[in-house]
Every structure is written in structure tokens, then in C-alpha cells.
Design a protein around this ligand. Structure first.
Ligand code: G6Q
Length: 531
């Protein structure tokens, strides 16, 4: 495969990046900049006018899309070709949200619909005849982050009288503190695991089972445990009735599995109709991604801006800053999506890709972040591209809240773009009546370099449909970036090594095996735990 970094488009971008673009000037000289560098589509506004780009840069980025053959890769994905080559698998999460879904997908969706109706109507009863009021999803990684993020995001749509909890960590504190508040008679567990072998999930599942059995006896398991998995044999072996196993397939990657049976806790939280609207929003974004020309294509635009920032402006991180408490878990979800998919240095062809790949994705909801780490974004001297995400209409509102929230969001991106010069600081301090000596002391500390790139994504509102669009937007952004970097975005060999070493250390920590053959640090740490 010809590396993208050798293409003329890449070389053009490298040349363009040598002339630093000053956002303040770009806005001053072009009153139409917002119109020129923003996209509107189906209730989403993507304003990238505060990115350090001009028409030439965008044209070269669009050429890069063509050079990398992205449309052909989209076609391969849609055709179900095994584009996850290292695992020999197709990548078809898009098929989970097709309105005319394939029969096996439709069958599981119908089973989920029926199950949700039974829980919500109270016709599903626990072993003692009581209705379910708490659902605990036990899963980790892709079997946790998506549904947890979406359940929080759609808090305004929660069903009454049902609480959904998520337990992921191997640390018993997670399960113990969750169960402490629950009544076994009214609790349902969903064991969510694609493989049904994951250490964290199976350990938590066994402990949850023991908790339930201690309270209600062995026979109660059938009424209190269901599962989402591709491994139905292991589900049955755990003691879960196959009638209560919700299947999915190896062509659904873990971090892309929210749309499958892994979405069951979400469907229970918000109702199946809302889950279907989430699928519809994602499908609408799929159609947009597949058909819109690159210059109007939202996922393509986000992806290409990321390439520009990472590979040409040398940004090492990407902040995700939703001005929405409901999107509290979005940055953690995107962290997995982007970093596990594209945090790689060896390409699909087994060769080093020769350029930087996924940035470190991180963030917190505004305004909390403003009182924590924004200082560094404003004055820390590092290039930190930011994605601001805001809602035109609040999902929860009280007088005086939403306009103030939006004012903060827009003010931050404005401040990051404009900066404040020494002369401006001096004028401001002088106008405030400060003595010259004090001004000299303080002014340098109050300078803001600005020119910090950001994108603002404005959603009409946060509802199941728009959340589906939003997640699919970032999924396709990640896919495009993986193609451009020459990566397989759908495997994750990087998480294997630690697991392998942990299984070697466990018998030593448990005292079943002598501590030997380890480095002195690991030996010392194990010894310290035993004293
Ligand atoms: C996601 C990863 C990973 C996975 C977890 C849980 O893409 O593969 O995060 O989802 O390791 O795996 P199981 O669902 O098999 O328990």
C-alpha cells in the first residue's frame, strides 16, 4: 500500500502548515468565515470556522480523502468485506441500524422489544413474584461505556420506576457499593459480554450471582439474570436460560456494539421506542456519511480537521467539552472509540505508518472543566484542539441556566480563538484605574496567546435521534481517520499484553506459586502486598 504521507496531497498540506494561520486575522479579514466554514445538516450545526484552516487547506484535505480512497473503503465496509483483516471479520455495526434489518438482527430487536415491554409493564416478575425496579448491567469496555454514556445522555427520557446501574470495575468496590442500595427480590442483572470470558465481567457476574443466591436461592437465577453475548454456549453454562440470552455477532466490534443486544440496559432505561429512535438517528448519519460529498460531509470534515491538527500542527491531544451534564460520559466513550481504534503505529500492511495517529482524547463537561483544566488550554502553551458540544434547547432547564451555559461555551471558544494581546491587557487595566507599576507587574500574566483551534457542534436538542447521529458521527470520523492513517481500526492487540502478564502474576499474588522470574520492581511490589 502506498503510504499516504508520500502522496502529493500530504506534501501540499505539509507545505501549507509551514505558514501559521492566525485565527484572529482570518476572522477580521473575512466576515463570511462562519458561513464558509460551517455545515448544517439535519439538526446539527458543525462550526469549524475556529479551526486553523483556510480554503487551500480544506481543498488539500479533501484531496487527501480522495488519495486514500475513502469511498472505496466505505463500499467495502457496506459490502461486509472482512476489513478487520487481522481478525478476519466484517465490520457491520451499520447493519444493526438499517430500518430493513437482516432477519437475525430483526429477531433479536423484537426479542429486546418484548423483554422491555415485560419489564416495564411488570409482567416480568422476580423469583418471589415482585416486579423489577433496578437493573444492573455487568460489562466492561465496549460492553459498558456506550450504554452507560447513552443512559446518562438520555436521562430526560428515563422510564419511571426503573433505575439502571453499570458495574464494570474488577475492584469489588464497584459491585459492593452498587448492590448495597438494592433489593435482590427486585433486581435484574444483565451480563453483557461479547466473548463471555472477560475476567472483570465474569468475576463480577459470579459475585452478583452469589449475592442473589444467598438471598433467594439457586432457583432464583433464571428470573434475575439475562445476558447479551455472541457466546450462547457460555451463557447457558453460567446458568442463564437461553430464552433470556440476547445474541449478537462477531461482525459487531465491542466499541461499536451499543446498537446491538449490548444496548439492552439502555432500551430498558429509555423504552424500546426511544432505542429505535437512537438507531434511526445513527442510520440517518450513516446515509449522510455514505452519500454527502466530502466538503459537506460531517464525519469526513471532523476526521480531516483531526488529521490537520495531529499530523500538520502537531497536536497530541483532543479535548471533548460538552456543555451538557447529560453528556458527562461522552469523553470517556470517545476515548475508547478513538484511542482503542486508532492508537496504533503499525499499519494494515504490517509496516510502521510513519506519522502520528490517534491523539489523547479527554475532557469533562463545561462548565466544570473551566474551573479545573481550562487554565492550561488558555495559557499553558500547548496546542489543544477542542470539540465544544452544545444544545440549542436544554434537556433539563431552570430559569437562568441554559443561556448562561451557552454564553460560557461560546465565550470559551471565542477566547481561545482571539486571545488577548499585551496591549489589550494594558489598555484594560489602565481603564480600570490601575497604577502603571502594578500594570507592568500584572500585564504579562494576563496575556492570552489565543489561536487555539476549536470546533463547535450545536445540536437542536439532545434526544434519542440526535444522540444516535452524534455517536455515528464520531464512529465514522474514527473510521475515516483509520483509513487515512492506514490502520485497521477494528482490532485492539494493545490490550492483550497486560492481560497476559496479569494471569502470570495472579497465582504469585494468591500465594499459589513462588514469586520468581520477575523484575525487582514487580517482585518488590508483590512482596509488599504480602507483608
Ligand atoms: C472493544 C474492546 C473491548 C471489549 C471489552 C469487553 O472494542 O474489544 O473494550 O468490549 O474487553 O469484552 P467482552 O464484551 O467480550 O466482555
Amino acid at each position: 500500500m502506498k503510504q499516504l504521507i508520500e502522496t502529493p496531497a500530504w506534501q501540499t498540506l505539509a507545505t501549507l502548515s509551514r505558514h501559521s494561520l492566525a485565527l484572529r486575522e482570518l476572522f477580521a479579514t473575512d466576515p463570511q468565515r462562519f458561513g464558509r466554514f460551517s455545515l448544517n445538516h439535519d439538526g446539527l450545526l458543525l462550526d469549524y470556522s475556529k479551526q486553523r484552516v483556510n480554503s487551500e487547506v480544506m481543498a488539500a484535505l479533501h484531496a487527501l480523502w480522495t488519495s486514500a480512497g475513502v469511498p472505496a473503503w466505505i463500499a467495502k465496509m457496506r459490502a461486509g468485506e472482512p476489513i478487520n483483516a487481522s481478525e478476519g471479520r466484517a465490520v457491520l455495526h451499520i447493519a444493526l441500524r438499517e430500518p430493513a434489518a437482516r432477519p437475525e438482527v430483526r429477531a433479536v430487536l423484537e426479542k429486546m422489544r418484548g423483554f422491555c415491554a415485560d419489564i416495564h409493564s411488570g409482567s416480568w416478575r422476580g423469583a418471589t413474584g415482585e416486579t423489577i425496579c433496578d437493573v444492573v448491567n455487568i460489562g466492561i469496555g465496549g460492553s459498558d461505556l456506550g450504554p452507560k454514556m447513552a443512559t446518562q445522555a438520555l436521562a430526560a427520557f428515563h422510564q419511571p420506576n426503573l433505575r439502571v446501574h453499570y458495574v464494570s470495575n474488577l475492584d469489588a468496590a464497584h459491585l459492593v457499593t452498587t448492590l448495597a442500595r438494592l433489593d435482590p427480590k427486585r433486581t435484574l442483572f444483565i451480563i453483557a459480554s461479547k466473548t463471555f470470558t472477560t475476567q472483570e465481567t465474569m468475576t463480577n457476574a459470579r459475585s452478583a450471582r452469589a449475592w442473589l443466591v444467598a438471598a433467594l436461592g439457586e432457583a432464583a437465577v433464571a428470573r434475575h439474570f439475562v445476558a447479551g453475548s455472541t457466546n450462547l454456549a457460555a451463557v447457558a453454562q453460567f446458568g442463564i436460560d437461553p430464552a433470556h440470552a440476547f445474541e449478537f455477532w462477531d461482525w459487531v466490534g465491542g466499541r461499536f456494539s451499543l446498537w446491538s443486544a449490548i444496548g439492552l440496559p439502555l432500551a430498558l432505561a429509555v423504552g424500546f421506542g426511544n432505542f429505535e429512535r437512537l438507531l434511526a438517528g445513527a442510520h440517518a448519519m450513516d446515509q449522510h456519511f455514505f452519500t454527502a460529498p466530502v466538503a459537506q460531509n460531517l464525519p469526513a470534515t471532523l476526521a480531516l480537521l483531526g488529521i490537520w491538527n495531529t499530523n500538520f500542527l502537531d497536536a497530541a491531544t483532543q479535548a471533548v467539552l460538552p456543555y451538557s451534564q447529560s453528556l458527562e460520559h461522552l469523553s470517556r466513550y470517545l476515548q475508547q472509540l478513538e484511542m482503542e481504534s486508532n492508537g496504533k503505529q503499525v499499519g494494515r500492511d504490517g509496516q510502521p505508518v510513519g506519522c502520528a495517529t490517534a491523539p489523547v482524547v479527554w475532557g469533562e463537561p463545561g462548565t466544570n472543566g473551566q474551573h479545573a483544566f481550562y487554565q492550561l488550554i488558555h495559557q499553558g502553551g500547548r496546542l489543544i484542539p477542542c470539540d465544544f458540544i452544545a444544545l440549542k434547547q436544554a434537556d433539563f432547564d431552570l430559569p437562568g441556566h441554559h443561556a448562561a451555559l451557552l454564553a460560557n461555551c461560546f465565550a470559551q471558544s471565542e477566547a481561545l480563538m482571539r486571545g488577548k494581546t499585551l496591549a489589550e491587557v494594558r489598555t484594560e487595566l489602565k481603564a480600570g484605574g490601575m497604577a502603571e507599576e502594578k500594570i507592568q507587574q500584572l500585564a504579562p500574566l494576563k496575556v492570552f496567546p489565543g489561536n487555539q483551534p476549536s470546533t463547535t457542534l450545536l445540536l437542536d436538542r439532545l434526544d434519542p435521534y440526535s444522540l444516535g447521529q452524534l455517536i455515528a458521527l464520531y464512529e465514522h470520523k474514527t473510521f475515516v481517520q483509520g483509513i487515512l492513517w492506514g490502520l485497521n481500526s477494528f482490532d485492539q492487540w494493545g490490550v492483550e499484553y497486560g492481560k497476559q502478564l496479569a494471569s502470570r502474576l495472579l497465582p504469585m499474588l494468591e500465594g499459589k506459586q513462588l514469586v520468581s522470574g520477575l523484575d525487582s520492581s514487580t517482585t518488590g511490589l508483590i512482596a509488599a502486598c504480602k507483608t
